[in-house]
Write a protein that binds this ligand. Sequence first.
Ligand code: COA
Length: 222
Amino acid sequence: MTEIEVRDFEPGDRGAVRHICYLTGYMGAPVDWYWRDEESFADMFCGYYTDREPESTLVAVTNGEVKGYLLGCRDSSRAWDPGAVAARHVLRRGIAFRPGTAGIIWRSIADIVVDTARRRVDPRRYSFSDPDYPAHLHMNLLPELRGTGTGGVLMRRWLDRLRSESVRGCHLQTKAENTNAIGFFEAMGFARHRDPVLAPGERTPDGERTYIQTMVQLLPGS
Ligand SMILES: CC(C)(COP(=O)(O)OP(=O)(O)OC[C@H]1O[C@@H](n2cnc3c(N)ncnc32)[C@H](O)[C@@H]1OP(=O)(O)O)[C@@H](O)C(=O)NCCC(=O)NCCS
């Protein structure tokens, strides 16, 4: 088995991290079938972490190539809202008017209007904010690294860092349908927090609605 190194993010890792995000963003699978613009997708989900808080990003490397990451944020009030980043790209890259991204953008707006009007979603639940869990994370590994213990190494290193900085707790959000990730996060000490919320705009390949599950972990000793 090739050796897997987990280390701090370096500026030269930025392109690889962004590309892995695009290759794994749909529950570990590529997102190009519903979001055909890598630049805007990577900005929404990696931009803040690699460009504003790189000291909280960890990467997993084999044979000198980045194959996975954990993107961390110690104070979630500082992170960029992906919706606001998408709105910037409507102006910069015209993503609301281009095939490959227009569909999900307009569907998201329609879902938010209809779901809140029909009281399917309390609009306050579109974003998570709780002083008990100020930190959050995203993580993705390319398929060849999954099930190798790498996710566990990344996560333990991140949680140890939060404890050493006396951060009280950490949260994350994943698709409720991503049962593998939820099993992993539970094994890492996270618990489901409240009921899942309908995800605006997103659909499965069969056209079904998807849900967002928030998970939390207090960090005793912090
Ligand atoms: C989720 C992911 C990061 C986990 O990393 P991984 O390297 O596959 O997980 P590991 O092999 O390190 O597993 C760590 C521990 O979690 C446990 N675990 C992993 N998956 C599990 C599951 N589905 N159910 C229960 N436990 C699980 C392992 O048994 C292991 O336990 P141990 O430490 O007691 O041996 C990785 O599989 C991945 O990138 N998946 C695709 C992308 C994704 O879904 N990301 C999350 C989006 S929010």
